[in-house]
Design a protein around this ligand. Sequence first.
Ligand code: S3P
Length: 276
Amino acid sequence: MQNIILTGFMGTGKTTVGQLLAERLQRPFIDTDDLIVARDGRSIADIFAQDGEAAFRAWERTVALELAQRQGLVIATGGRLMLNEKNAAALAASGQVFCLTAVPQTILARVQDETKRPLLNVPNPAAQIQRLLDERKEGYGRFRQIHTDGKTAGQIAEEIIVLVRGGKIMGFLDIANRLHKELLPGLRVQSFWGEQMLVITVELVAGTIVPQHNHLHEQAGTVISGDLSLTIAGETRRLKPGDAYIIPGDVPHSAEAHTDTRLFELFSPVREEYKY
Ligand code: S3P
């Protein structure tokens, strides 16, 4: 089984998305930074400070070549590991590579309270992020791009699962905000059309108290404390926070074909408006 390899700049969500992917696909997860720290016994900041960046990059080459010999893994790589040609060639030959992207403001917001990244531990991290992004633009541009701004980790993981399975993303039906406002505070739903499937991701924000009775009850299934049951194509599934429901490939992907799905009825008032 091929590996799934995530690359991209620091703070684009490689580790968080990788963990979710591994969980949902039931595969082992490996973060190259964590592997290096475990092997070396020191933090990345200490390796940089005591032995210099070159020593850390040597560690990256060792683990990249080693992981490329294994199969069926989800691998989150350190932000620069795949920009080394030999590392990239070895790992790309072992599986599919996806590059997570985010705008500099998002990256800054995600990394600013952390001190574990020595390259961003500088007086002006915003300028440093921009400088490194410019320097690495071409390198990251060689891989399949996954935009992460405005999406949750669960949504990004689902998008990658569709691509790994050979599907193609045709467009997004981003109804999250509408549902958020109109139905339940704390419920986030995003769906998108894949070439062979309609993917619906439902996430309940942790701590949301879901009322027993509301209009979701009639339209989309039964809401039970904190969890949501949805009836899709005659089948009822209990969705827990972070879960996703994927309608299999044999369901035709025209809107009308889904009129029997109660979840789709829930989407129908907004679907044309949001489809592109
Ligand atoms: C680095 C990214 C970090 C880590 C090290 C250097 C980089 O990994 O490997 O601090 O040069 O981009 P993350 O992208 O997981 O933060």
